[in-house]
Design a binder for this molecule. Structure first.
Ligand code: ADP
Ligand code: ASP
Ligand code: MG
Length: 403
């Protein structure tokens, strides 16, 4: 039995017209495959549900958040199953608890651990098309969980893994993975093949087209992912292992974020262990610290420390730093108007001078670099948020991505 997993994102199920359109796509595949469908909520629905929770409380219970936000998928799955039935196919919606899709970890950020295949296999054998809610699961206490924003990507990859699917296709509102967000830069070009490593960096550094965990799972399980448009029938992008890819480009893509904040502590009393004392309470409060720079202490007594966090964690971070009696500093400065822009590419491993070219291209545009961080296949810089598009344009041209 050849199995294919199809995932449809929010815009792909965003209206009744869209649902009618993708029902046709599903029907076409059902002629040569047993089809498993994973659906997101209709676009905008999850955001609306989150807004409702905020109207109750800023500290809305995480467990109730999962019960609330997982309901969006129930609507889209039933509408899609209903449409397929209307078109003469055998279909049904299935929520995570009915299967079950078992998750582990905290509410809001659980991970799929296990999928019980029995019910779905039986349904597939009877010629049925299961329409499964992405994004949700249940934990060992049988409570509803969710797996992070954009999580239906990860649900699809885990279904491809557990059912040993021959193909896994992610349908979205763009034609594939582009050199940078095509909705930000018209000159962005569609990438034919991209490695898991590069896609993981791009996703983690702000390209929301794929959820980072889904790429990690695909890489671990060697699952090829096809990303394509549900609007136009065009070849998309294949996310696959590095060995399958031939490219002469040094840089594959450019990503950016729009929700960073920079925190600087001036005049921190310097002694061994001070950085750990600053960051320990942040990590205990699940605050993710990203870029870090510590200046060399000029007098051997005091130093300045700068780091970045997500802007939604800023108030919590300030409170924790001010209440931390184990450290002392002269001044706390914050800047909410910063963004991170990153260039990503396995080509930079073997090509010298990439850092210089990046910095020079930004300097030519008069863009000041505030913080730098690098890995083997990416260079990230923190800049003023208002310069982000200018920076993307300059780097896109510098690394020949316009062609
Ligand atoms: P879905 O609802 O289908 O999951 P998302 O909104 O999560 O879709 O992701 C698709 C969006 O990702 C696109 O509309 C695009 O604006 C954005 N995006 C960001 N970076 C990229 C990129 N490098 N290539 C393609 N799309 C990108
Ligand atoms: N509906 C969820 C979200 O908006 C999951 C998804 O779309 O993948 O984050
Ligand atoms: Mg998405």
């Amino acid at each position: 039995m050849k199995i294919i997993v199809l995932k449809f994102g929010g815009t792909s199920v965003g209206s009744i017209a869209r649902i009618k359109k993708i029902a046709k796509i599903i029907k076409a595949y059902s002629k040569s495959y047993r089809v498993i469908v994973l659906s997101s909520a209709m676009s905008g629905t999850t955001n609306k549900l989150i807004d409702l929770s905020k109207k109750i409380s800023k500290n809305f219970s995480d467990q109730e958040y999962d019960v609330l936000v997982s309901t969006g998928e129930q609507i889209s799955c039933s509408l899609l199953a209903g449409q397929l039935i209307e078109n003469g196919l055998i279909a049904r919606s299935l929520m995570a608890w009915q299967i079950p899709i078992v998750t582990e970890g905290e509410y809001k950020f659980s991970r799929i651990k296990y999928i019980d295949k029995k019910k779905i296999l039986n349904f597939l054998k009877s010629g049925g098309i299961p329409i499964i809610s992405g994004f949700q699961g249940i934990n060992k206490d049988l409570n509803i969980t969710t797996i992070g924003r954009g999580g239906t990507d990860a649900s699809a990859i885990m279904f491809a893994k557990f059912f040993k699917a021959e193909r896994c296709v992610i349908y979205t509102d763009v034609e594939g993975i582009y050199t940078t967000d095509p909705n930000k830069l018209k000159k962005a070009k569609k990438i034919k093949n991209i490695s898991y490593e590069e896609m993981l960096e791009m996703a983690s550094l702000g390209s929301k087209v794929m959820q980072p965990h889904s790429i990690q799972d695909a890489r671990l399980n060697r699952i090829n992912i096809e990303v394509k448009s549900s609007f136009f029938n065009k070849t998309g992008t294949l996310i696959t292992k590095r060995k399958n890819i031939i490219s002469n480009k040094i840089i594959t893509g450019i990503s950016s974020t729009d929700n960073d904040a920079k925190v600087t502590l001036l005049g921190v009393k310097d002694r061994p262990g001070i950085a750990a004392l600053i960051f320990k309470p942040l990590s205990q409060n699940s605050i993710n610290v990203d870029m870090v720079v510590q200046n060399i202490s000029s007098n051997g007594k005091e130093t300045d420390l700068t780091f970045t966090i997500k802007s939604f964690d800023l108030n919590k971070t300030i409170k924790i730093l001010k209440n931390n009696t184990k450290i002392s500093f002269k001044k706390l400065i914050v800047d909410k108007n910063v963004s991170k822009v990153s260039i990503i590419g396995v080509g930079m491993i073997t090509t010298p001078g990439v850092t210089f070219r990046m910095f020079q291209a930004l300097a030519k545009q008069n863009i000041n670099i505030q913080v730098i961080s690098t890995s083997e296949i990416k260079i990230s810089v923190l800049i003023k948020r208002k310069n982000i598009l200018k920076a993307i344009k300059a780097l896109h041209a510098e690394f020949n991505l316009n062609k």
